[in-house]
Design a protein around this ligand. Sequence first.
Ligand SMILES: [Zn+2]
Ligand SMILES: [Zn+2]
Length: 126
Amino acid sequence: MAYRTRQRDAIWQVVSSSNRPLTAQEICDESGRVVEGIGIATVYRALKQMVEEGQVRHIEVPGVQPHYENAARTHHHFFLCEQCKRLFDLAGCLRGISNLLPKGYRMKRHEIVIYGDCDSCSARIT
Ligand SMILES: [Zn+2]
Ligand SMILES: [Zn+2]
């Protein structure tokens, strides 16, 4: 397999097997363990391509770096730990969210982010 393909493959492996969204730096560190010499520029290039192809989802949450996850995951939302700045997946959605809309309004999409302390950080703090 060509080196470039092996790099891309390693990056995809890291993104698709992760149970939470990752930053480009985290993806770089992880995939570097599989294929030596993967640089951050390569990771950004590969991620950009995967986002364009619809394979990877780019997640923007105010206050933290962009995160990336497997686009095939079902609809869900995020928890941002304000201590370690890691983003976690929450399962599912809120029931009746469209009831918030005034009459005549139509929802096209929505984002929900819950902010707080993750389990390991809250154990460390208290
Ligand atoms: Zn935390
Ligand atoms: Zn939702």
